[in-house]
Design a protein around this ligand. Structure first.
Ligand code: ADP
Ligand code: ASP
Ligand code: MG
Length: 426
């Protein structure tokens, strides 16, 4: 008997029929003798709908008090899900109970809409499990030290599930979703993408941070920090398939590089359309200038990603960086209002229609020429690279958004990631 955490995403919880299916699957695991904690997301589309209502009333509002109310509203999506799932489990003849984040409690900091989990008190959940109950806990939400409801950022139910698994020292955390594992790239963009039987924790961390939304980055961080065995698998298989077969399906996130893992140099391709590029031109090239530009941006709580500063001509240079697209207008306004006058820079320009495409693989550590191959492939497609950023196991480029799919497909093929073509019929 083991303690197992299951997480079900929005599509998997998308209708009462699907919720019934989830309940039947969980019941199968419970009847096999496992203690079960289930963490569902809001029904698909619900979080968008709720946030849309709020934004209709206050377009452009980014104040802390508005964000507090966003969390109050968005958290209800998951509250509905846990109640419905508990009812469906009861209909399967199980003793089930649902809790919101504040009831557990899942304690977070106070960063509304992107709160971080700090501590989970598992006493109540343990007592229920001990009494033979299935416990259903809301994904995505928690409570801050002052008793305000918080949410963990989009896709945050993954993090809730892994954090619960870590706090309770669960034997495994299974992330059930609408694809049957982690692929070499998003299978919705590249139909030739292949499922990986296993992916290293470090590669998964890069893939998630570079835009593969199959797992929220913080869930991968938690899994790494607390060594939570983590698997991504499909919620769309028939609920009554053999449990051992189900338990071995999907993609395992591994912490040791074992020899059974595929030895590809590049394991996956991630992309992100959520960024925008900002350029400050004619910046006086003197010590402290990067801080003078990026300091006010950081003070406004705007995260900066790729940064480049050009060589200077006649004592002036250009300075470019990317921010989240939601922060684009705010960043331009801020730079125009405070940074231009303070630094004597000439102009602020930008482009919100860019994207970042990244190749990821631990094999890049021991192979040279991987980045240059990436640049060659893109040049052969006529795609101009605007910015480049590298680390030990990834290379990212910023390109025009309209070439994103072309770039991802070309790189996927060039690095040998395409699935083999099906055998022709005899
Ligand atoms: P859930 O609602 O279950 O949390 P998400 O939509 O958040 O599901 O994440 C699953 C989606 O992630 C898939 O439908 C797929 O389109 C996308 N995705 C992006 N990159 C990958 C990848 N490398 N492998 C698998 N899925 C990916
Ligand atoms: N419901 C939340 C969202 O849509 C959390 C999640 O699905 O993980 O972002
Ligand atoms: Mg998700």
């Amino acid at each position: 008997m083991a303690l197992i955490v299951h997480k079900y995403g929005g599509t998997s919880m998308g209708s009462t029929e699907r919720i019934r299916n989830v309940a039947k699957r969980v019941a199968k695991w419970h009847r096999a003798g496992h203690q079960m904690v289930v963490v569902p997301s809001a029904m698909s589309g619900e979080t968008n709908r709720l946030l849309g209502l709020a934004r209709e009333l206050a377009p452009g509002n980014e104040t802390a008090s508005f964000h507090r109310e966003l969390d109050m509203i968005a958290a209800t999506g998951e509250q509905v899900s846990v109640g419905l799932l508990a009812i469906a489990l009861q209909a399967e003849g199980l003793d089930a109970v649902s809790y919101t984040g504040w009831q557990v409690p899942v304690q977070t900091d106070s960063a509304f809409t992107k709160a971080r989990i700090q501590r989970i008190d598992d006493a109540r959940v343990r007592a229920d499990l001990g009494a033979g109950k299935v416990v259903v806990i809301t994904g995505f939400q928690g409570i801050d030290p002052d008793g305000h409801i918080t949410t963990l950022g989009r896709g945050g139910s993954d993090t809730s599930a892994v954090a619960v698994a870590a706090a309770m020292k669960a034997a495994e955390c299974l992330i059930y979703t609408d694809v049957d594992g982690v692929y070499t790239t998003d299978p919705r963009v590249v139909p030739e993408a292949r499922r990986l039987a296993a992916i290293s924790f470090e590669e998964m961390l890069e893939m998630a941070s570079l835009g593969s939304k199959v797992l929220q980055i913080r869930s991968v961080e938690f899994a790494g920090k607390y060594r939570v065995p983590l698997r991504v698998l499909s919620s769309f298989t028939p609920w009554d398939i053999d449990l051992a077969q189900e338990a071995a399906s999907g993609t395992l996130i591994t912490f040791e590089e074992d020899e059974n893992m595929e030895q590809a140099v590049v394991s996956g391709i991630a992309f992100n359309r959520d960024e925008a590029k900002v350029t400050v031109t004619g910046v006086p090239d003197r010590p402290g200038i990067a801080f003078q530009i990026l300091g006010p941006v950081a003070d406004a709580n705007i995260d900066v990603d790729v940064i480049i500063q050009n060589v200077s001509h006649d004592g002036r240079t250009d300075f470019s960086f990317t921010v989240h697209r939601n922060d684009y207008v705010r960043t331009i306004e801020l730079l125009e209002a405070s940074v231009l006058p303070a630094t004597g820079a000439e102009q602020v320009t930008g482009d919100p229609k860019i994207c970042k495409v990244s190749i990821v693989g631990i094999g890049m550590r021991s192979h040279v020429g991987v980045a240059s191959k990436m640049f060659r492939v893109l040049s052969e497609e006529g795609i101009n690279i605007q910015m480049i950023s590298t680390s030990e196991i990834k290379t990212s480029v910023v390109i025009d958004e309209k070439y994103m799919e072309l770039a991802v497909r070309a790189l996927h093929k060039a690095f040998g990631l395409d699935a083999p073509a099906p055998m022709p019929a005899a």
